[in-house]
Write a protein that binds this ligand. Structure first.
Ligand code: HEM
Length: 403
C-alpha cells in the first residue's frame, strides 16, 4: 500500500502525538480507515473508521480478544497467568460465563443504588479540597472518588487506595503499546504482589463474608479460584484508571470550551450530554486490540489469519463520516453513538458506573464552585497510546463550605 506518512512508528512515539493524537489519526484515516502500519514495534491494521470498527467488533467469530503477552512467555509468567484469566482476554463460552457472573453487579439499576454514596463522597472531597484553594483534578478529586466507589462495590479496604493506584498505573503500562522491557518486568513483579494481596483478601472473605461483590463471587460455583483473582484485579484496575480519566477529561474539556461550560451552568440538564461528549471527544480508552483468527476481507483489505488489529477508538469517535464537526466539543450534540465503551460482546461492564460517577462529580463541582479556573495553559498528558490520561490538571478552586 502506498503511504504518505513518514515512519508512523516514530510519529506515534513523538511528544506531539501524546499531547494531541488527533492530527495523526486524521492522516491515517485519509490514507485508509484500516491502515496497515506499525506503532513502535507492533505491526498490524490500525483502524480509524467508524463503520470499519463496528464491522470488526460485530464479527466476534473472526476478530477475537487475546492477552497482549504470548501464551508461552516464561519471562513474565506471573503477569501472563493473571491476564489469561481475565474476561477481557477471553472469548466464546468462557467469556460469556464470566461476564454473566460479574455483569449483574454493574447493571444500571444496581449502580443507581450507589448514587447517594457517590454524591456524599463528592461533597466530602470538595469540602476537603476547598481548604487548599487549589487542586489537581486527577489526584485530589477524580482518583479518590473512583477509588472509594470501586472499593465500596468490591469490598476492598479504603486504606489501600494508594497501592491500587500504583498497581493500576503499572498494569496499564504493560498492556499499552508504549510498554518497555522494564515496564513488563515491573508488571510481572507487581502481578505477584497483587496476587498475594487478593489471595489473602479472598481467604478473609471466605471466612467472614460481607455484603460486597467479592463475597458474592466467592459463592459462585462457576468461577475458578484463578478467575476470581483475575476478576478482582481487572475490576480494581478498570475502576481506578479509566473513570479517573473520564472525570478529569470532562473538567478539562469544559474549562477549555467556555461556551459549553456556560451552557451547562445555565442548564444543568446538559450534564448527560457533557459526559457523552467527553467520552467521544477525549475517549479515556483510545485503543482496543483484536486478532483475526482466519483470513478475511474488510473494506477491500485482505486481512490474514493471525494479523493484529488495533481499533483506535479516539479516532473512530472523530470520524467525520459518522460525526458532524467531529473536532468540536458540543455538549448538545444529538445521536452521539460513540464507541468509547467498545461495542458488542466485550462492551464495557462498568459503563453505567463510570457515567454516574462522572455526572455527579462534574455537576456537583460546578454547583459548588465560586471559582474554577485552569492553573496551567496546557496540562500534560501521559505517554500512552491506548489511554487518554492527564498526568495532572491543576485548577484554582474555591467554594463556600455548606456543611
Ligand atoms: C470511563 C470509564 C471507562 C471506559 C472508557 C471503559 C472502556 C472500556 C472498553 C473500551 C472496553 C472494551 C474492551 C474491548 O472491547 O476489548 C471495556 C471493557 C471492560 N470494562 Fe471498561 N471502561 C470504563 C470504566 C470501567 C469501570 C468503572 C469498570 C469496572 C469497575 C470497567 C470494567 C470493564 C470490564 C470488566 C471490561 C471487560 C468486558 C468484557 O471483556 O466483556 N470499565 N471498558
Amino acid at each position: 500500500m502506498a503511504t504518505n506518512i513518514q515512519q508512523p512508528s516514530h510519529v506515534f512515539a513523538s511528544a506531539a502525538f501524546f499531547q494531541n493524537p488527533y492530527p495523526l489519526y486524521e492522516q491515517l484515516r485519509a490514507e485508509s480507515p484500516i491502515y496497515k502500519g506499525s506503532a513502535f514495534k507492533y505491526p498490524g491494521w490500525y483502524v480509524t473508521g467508524y463503520d470499519e470498527a463496528v464491522a470488526i467488533f460485530k464479527n466476534k467469530a473472526v476478530f477475537q480478544n487475546r492477552m497482549p503477552l504470548p501464551e508461552t512467555t516464561k519471562r513474565y509468567e506471573r503477569l501472563r497467568k493473571l491476564q489469561q484469566e481475565m474476561m477481557l482476554f477471553k472469548n466464546a463460552y468462557d467469556h460469556k460465563r464470566l461476564r454473566g457472573l460479574v455483569g449483574k453487579a454493574f447493571h444500571a439499576q444496581m449502580i443507581e443504588e450507589y448514587r447517594p454514596y457517590i454524591e456524599e463522597t463528592v461533597h466530602e472531597l470538595l469540602d476537603e479540597i476547598s481548604r487548599k484553594k487549589q487542586m489537581d483534578v486527577v489526584m485530589d478529586f477524580a482518583f479518590p472518588l473512583a477509588s472509594l466507589v470501586i472499593a465500596k462495590i468490591l469490598g476492598v479496604p479504603r486504606k489501600d487506595q494508594e497501592r491500587f493506584r500504583a498497581w493500576a498505573m503499572c498494569f496499564i503500562q504493560t498492556i499499552d503499546l508504549t510498554r518497555s522491557r522494564e515496564d513488563m518486568m515491573q508488571g510481572n513483579k507487581q502481578a505477584a504482589l497483587l496476587g498475594h494481596y487478593f489471595q489473602s483478601l479472598i481467604a478473609e472473605k471466605r471466612q467472614t463474608p460481607q455484603d460486597d461483590l467479592i463475597s458474592r463471587l466467592i459463592d459462585e460455583e462457576e468461577i475458578s479460584d484463578e478467575e476470581l483473582l483475575a476478576t478482582c484485579v481487572l475490576l480494581v484496575i478498570a475502576g481506578h484508571e479509566t473513570t479517573v480519566n473520564l472525570i478529569s477529561n470532562a473538567v478539562l474539556s469544559l474549562l477549555q470550551h467556555e461556551s459549553q461550560l456556560l451552557l451547562l451552568k445555565k442548564d444543568p440538564t446538559f450534564i448527560r450530554g457533557a459526559i457523552e461528549e467527553t467520552l467521544r471527544f477525549e475517549s479515556p480508552t483510545q485503543m482496543v486490540a483484536r486478532v483475526a483468527v482466519s483470513d478475511i476481507e474488510v473494506n477491500g483489505n485482505h486481512i490474514k489469519e493471525g494479523a493484529q488489529l488495533y481499533v483506535l477508538l479516539g479516532a473512530v469517535n472523530r470520524d467525520p463520516a459518522k460525526f458532524s464537526e467531529p473536532h468540536q466539543f458540543d455538549i448538545a450534540r444529538t445521536s452521539n453513538h460513540h464507541l468509547a465503551f467498545g461495542y458488542g460482546s466485550h462492551f464495557c461492564i462498568g459503563a453505567a458506573l463510570a457515567r454516574v460517577e462522572a455526572e455527579v462529580a462534574v455537576q456537583v463541582l460546578l454547583e459548588k464552585a465560586d471559582q474554577l479556573e485552569l492553573a496551567t495553559a496546557e496540562p500534560r498528558w501521559r505517554r500512552l497510546i491506548g489511554f487518554r490520561a492527564l498526568e495532572s490538571c491543576p485548577l484554582y478552586f474555591e467554594h463556600t463550605i455548606t456543611k
